[in-house]
Design a binder for this molecule. Structure first.
Ligand SMILES: *Cc1c(COP(=O)(O)O)cnc(C)c1O
Length: 279
């Protein structure tokens, strides 16, 4: 939808390739126009986030697209890219609502609900009004943002239950004290695991320290058989889905908003006990 709606007359856009979903977005967008790789971390298996100075920005691009949190690799942008008058487009699927963001920096934000907001089936889009209404002529009506703006997001029957749950989650966040409070909790959760990883003699973090994600903590022992044993024993103790994505291997602890501090502390303790038994 982003290239169909925003590529416009200029017909070309900048993409930062920092992981799986960023790269998929780039590949898909190439069907609709010329896409330029403004930065890529592929040569180091996406273990880092390119700094601002490394972004090769085209000032005539229709937009600059990046993915704020790389779910599979466990890296997260620690800064908002500065792109001048080129609109910022961001996939925030896996870190939206994890901390306050200044939406005024962005032309368009999109996020699938299923990580931090609600069950799968609804996608949140926040876009600047002036970017609505210049979709390509052949854009299907369902894929035109103007349709959804005009129809108050009810052009067709929306997934009511998912939206209802999203409302409850938003209320839960407000009751907690808002996103600034949520951020404090997420900082605390991530630190529990990263501080342990920095001291561990068995486990090592997969992402470079300065690029670490607060939502997805990737780590490994360096021994694939031991990684598999860890994931299996962890599952047996109630820590599910710790096996890393096949693109990275090792382990991944996804500690989204819904995961309480106690859950992360319990995982850290489990890891420490496993380390003691295997070192
Ligand atoms: C999960 C995720 C997606 C894709 O979500 P699906 O609905 O499963 O396709 C896209 N981008 C990011 C950053 C994600 O974490």
């Amino acid at each position: 939808m982003v290239p169909l709606n925003l590529m416009g007359e200029r017909g070309h856009a900048d993409y930062a390739l920092t992981g799986n979903f960023a790269t998929k977005a780039y590949e898909e967008a190439q069907k609709y126009g010329a896409c330029h790789v403004a930065a890529s971390s592929a040569e180091e298996n996406h273990t880092y986030i390119p700094p601002q100075e490394a972004l090769q920005l085209d000032p005539t691009a229709s937009y600059f697209h990046y993915c704020a949190n790389n779910t599979i690799y466990g890296t997260e942008w620690q800064y908002v890219p500065e792109t001048g008058s080129v609109p910022l487009v961001c996939d925030m699927s896996s870190n939206i609502l994890s901390k306050p963001i200044d939406v005024s920096h962005y032309g368009l934000i999109y996020a699938g609900a299923q990580k931090n907001m609600a069950p799968a089936g609804v996608t949140v889009v926040i876009l600047r009004r002036d970017l609505v209404g210049s979709a390509r002529a052949d854009t299907p009506i369902m894929l035109n943002y103007a349709t959804h703006v005009k129809g108050d997001s009810m052009h067709n029957t929306p997934p009511c239950w998912c939206i209802y749950i999203l409302g409850l989650v938003a209320q839960w966040l407000l009751d907690l004290g808002g996103l600034a409070e949520m951020e404090k909790i997420n900082v605390q959760k991530a630190a529990l695991l990263y501080d342990y990883l920095d001291e561990s003699r068995l486990f090592h973090g997969a992402a470079r320290p300065e690029a670490r994600s607060r939502m997805n903590v990737t780590f490994r022992t360096g021994d694939e058989a031991l990684d598999a044993q860890f994931a299996k024993e962890a599952a047996g103790s109630g820590f599910s889905n710790l096996k890393g994505h096949r693109l990275v291997g090792g382990m991944r602890a996804s500690i989204y908003n819904a995961m309480p501090v106690e859950g992360v502390a319990a995982l850290r303790d489990f890891m420490a006990a496993f380390e003691k038994a295997h070192i």
